[in-house]
Design a protein around this ligand. Structure first.
Ligand SMILES: *[C@@H]1O[C@H](CO)[C@@H](O)[C@H](O)[C@H]1NC(C)=O
Ligand SMILES: *[C@@H]1O[C@H](CO)[C@@H](O)[C@H](O)[C@H]1NC(C)=O
Ligand SMILES: *[C@@H]1O[C@H](CO)[C@@H](O)[C@H](O)[C@H]1NC(C)=O
Length: 247
């Protein structure tokens, strides 16, 4: 009994789905020209329009009379107007944004050109103005062609200046640290070399005779590469190394 019920439900669902699919296909296959909506018929409270088949396969209805309630029609119209309005607004905003970006780009270009043509000397930053919480810096023209501004002033928030200065100080410190480290390393190396030299001078070596020429390390040219090995051995100081010099 239970199984039969399950099959029944499955069939029902499948049928509904098939019907929906058929309707969708039908809508896609049958294209209609739509007339204007009629005026609201106050007796039936409906508006209607006629759809005439424009293109479609077999099975499409030639004409259809679409009828909806006047209320629904009004809501639909209102919704359409709203949609058109919002689309227009969006377009407008997009356009404005583009214009603003263009303007900014042009401004930047202008400033850049001016900076290239006009050179300025600047004062120190002013004290932080407690009322506006800003600092200013004056720029006066030092060299430049005609059309250069004689002077201008830049104003920024005190906080921003503090941040910039802190950042600059940090950068300066890091650079100084790197320089110091390098100097220290150089000095250490020098010290080490000096110590090594002193050590070497403390150690006296016996010299053996030169060894025979080593014929195993041949070069490609016909003559042999002559390699002699001179051995230097420590004599007095146990800390001295056993040297082998390549000649
Ligand atoms: C469409 O149907 C409505 C309501 O049934 C009717 O009043 C109207 O005359 C019909 N219009 C056409 C063009 O058949
Ligand atoms: C900038 O110039 C104005 C007017 O000449 C002056 O009052 C102000 O103190 C100057 N500011 C700085 C930081 O030099
Ligand atoms: C190395 O080569 C030279 C020249 O050919 C030869 O006179 C000498 O005996 C060789 N020495 C050894 C150790 O083979």
């Amino acid at each position: 009994m239970k199984n039969v019920f399950v099959i029944f439900v499955v069939v029902l669902v499948a049928t509904a789905a098939a019907k929906k699919g058929w309707k969708l296909r039908q809508r896609q296959q049958c294209k209609y020209d739509k007339s204007a909506w009629s005026d609201c018929d106050t007796k039936t409270n409906t508006v209607s329009r006629v759809l005439t088949l424009k293109s479609g396969k077999e099975g499409c209805q030639q004409t259809q009379n679409q009828t909806i309630t006047c209320d629904r029609f009004e809501r639909l119209q209102a919704w359409k107007i709203k949609k058109a309005e919002s689309r227009r607004e969006l377009q407008e905003k997009k356009h404005q944004r583009k214009e603003r970006q263009q303007e900014m780009k042009e401004n930047k270009q202008l400033v850049k050109e001016q900076l290239e043509r006009c050179r300025y000397e600047h004062s120190d930053w002013s004290e932080c103005d407690q009322a506006t919480k800003t600092v200013t810096r004056n720029f006066t023209l030092s060299e430049g062609e005609q059309g250069c501004e004689q002077s201008h002033t830049i104003t920024i928030a005190c906080d921003k200046l503090n941040r910039i200065q802190a950042w600059k100080a940090k950068k300066r410190d890091r650079k100084q640290n790197r320089i110091d480290e390098k100097l220290q390393m150089k000095q250490d190396r020098k010290e080490k070399r000096k110590l090594e030299k002193e050590q070497r001078l403390k150690c006296k070596y016996d010299k053996e005779d030169w060894s025979e020429c080593d014929n195993t390390t041949k070069h490609s040219n016909p003559s042999y590469d002559i390699k002699g090995w001179r051995r230097r051995r420590m004599r007095t100081n146990n800390k001295c190394h056993h040297f082998m010099f390549k000649v």
